[in-house]
Design a protein around this ligand. Structure first.
Ligand code: FAD
Length: 415
């Protein structure tokens, strides 16, 4: 079998793999990216958070994205019955980006990958990792199959697994563990948004809350296409009959707010259903490898944290890999696992409290408290490491406690 040598092998050219490759390449470290599919390819995860703009900027990938003219996302809207909760990223507790994008991922990921190729990064498309063997010193031999089905070997000093739902190393090394999140599923597609209203109403990203456990996303893109997706318990998805197209058409009728806009539109592709989408692993790193992005953990789409976590973990680990390859000692537990776990745990609380209904109580309580809103907005913008924000620092208690107070006030008012 033929072989090639590299310092760092990166598995997957999604946002996580691209940010990792961009940082390491800038440091003069030899990287090889292997990507199973041919780009552009579809992947879900279209609503970004302001925090990830910091990552793209730091690794020199922001300008290529700006050139694509993606739809700007200045905030997010949540609807329940007749109440609207609108977060404006320019009104948030933490300093940072006050906008981001809502993107068709095929174009977005392709723009990142093409920019990396322009910068001289070696990306092999339609090359799939099928096996890996680690040596005691952390170096590895990875077996890869190219588009013709021929196998070759990559010898690397370090591996970054950014394979998303491919979950290459969790599968090969037995690192998967059941997620602590409730078992939820999603069904989604794209439509040509022929009835899109003029102005903000047409382009605003919206989460239409159908009930405590079930919600509908509407993510308009600048190319006239809109992404539609339903998320709920498995029983919700299973309560509709027929093909995914038939089921999705019935689901659209359940949205009082949107049924007029989207009823009767043809889907751009048969709706895709992902069951039990939450994923977790027993560890985020090991001798000679690190897991980043979805390959490490995925919680839930409700706060659009997936891509931001993918780029945060990619950038953080790339810095540590560079240090290690330069001969410095890295404390992977403290500098990577603990850091990433902190942010993931903040989001975990918000996702859990969304589905307990406590966070929804805060979102839809009137009148709104502007200070609390700014603090929650900073979390929803992805600034989940800012401990000056009480909604970060005290995340485990604050949402539940406030919801409890609101519910007590309501009970007293009704008695
Ligand atoms: P990916 O973007 O999945 O990239 C991984 C790459 O690895 C792929 O290109 C794949 O082809 C490649 N690969 C896989 N196996 C191999 C192999 N064996 N060899 C070589 N290459 C391989 N996130 C958001 O931020 N916003 C959202 O609105 C959002 N909505 C979501 C909705 C749903 C229903 C779900 C399930 C997820 C959503 N996410 C969202 C999460 C988002 O999809 C991921 O967090 C994000 O794509 C992770 O990026 P990544 O770079 O880790 O992986």
């Amino acid at each position: 079998m033929s072989h090639v040598n590299t310092d760092v092998l990166i598995i997957g050219a999604g946002p996580s793999g691209c940010v990792s490759a961009a940082y390491l390449h800038r440091q003069g470290i030899n990287v090889k990216v292997v990507e199973k599919s041919q780009f552009p390819r579809f992947v879900i995860g279209e609503s970004l958070l302001p925090r990830c703009m910091d990552h793209f900027q730091e690794v020199g990938l922001l300008d290529c994205l700006k050139a694509e003219g993606f739809e700007v996302k200045p905030g997010a809207r949540f609807l329940r019955d007749d109440i609207v909760c609108h977060f404006d990223f320019s009104k948030k507790h933490t300093d940072g980006w006050d906008w981001t994008w809502q993107v068709p991922r095929a174009d977005f990921d392709n723009a990142l990958a093409q920019e990396l190729i322009k910068k001289g990064v070696d990306i092999a498309f339609q090359h799939e990792v099928v096996d890996v063997v680690f040596n005691d010193d952390g170096s590895s031999q990875t077996t890869i199959k190219n588009a013709e089905g021929e196998a070759y070997q990559v010898n690397a000093k370090f591996i970054v697994d950014s394979s998303g739902y491919g979950r290459v190393l969790p599968r090969l090394l037995g690192l998967d563990k059941p997620s602590s999140m409730p078992e939820h599923s999603s069904i989604f597609t794209h439509v040509k948004d022929l009835n899109r209203p003029e102005g903000k109403e047409g382009t605003m990203i919206t989460f239409d809350v159908l009930d405590k456990d079930t919600w509908f996303w509407v993510i308009p893109f600048s190319n006239g296409i809109t992404s539609l997706g339903f998320v709920g318990k498995n029983e919700f998805i299973d309560s509709f009959e027929g093909t995914t197209t038939e089921r999705m058409k019935q689901m659209i009728e359940t949205s009082e707010y949107y049924k007029k806009r989207f009823s009767g539109l043809d889907f751009e592709f048969d709706p895709i259903c992902i069951r039990n989408y939450s994923k977790a692993v027993t560890k985020f790193y090991g001798n000679g490898f690190v897991l980043t992005g979805n390959s490490a953990e995925f919680l839930d789409p409700v706060f659009s944290s997936g891509v931001t976590f993918a780029t945060e973990s990619a950038l953080c680990s790339a810095k540590l890999i560079a240090k290690q390859l330069q001969g410095e000692t890295v404390d992977w537990e403290k500098e990577y696992a603990d850091y990433i776990t902190y942010g993931v745990d903040v989001f975990r609380t918000y996702v859990e409290e969304w589905y307990t209904g406590n966070l929804q109580t805060l979102f839809f309580h009137r009148p709104e408290n502007p200070d609390i809103k700014k603090q929650i907005c900073a979390v929803l913008a992805g600034y989940v490491w800012d401990k000056t924000n009480p909604f970060v620092r005290k995340h485990k208690r604050i949402v539940a406690n406030l919801a409890h107070l609101i519910n007590m006030e309501k009970e007293q008012a009704n008695s």
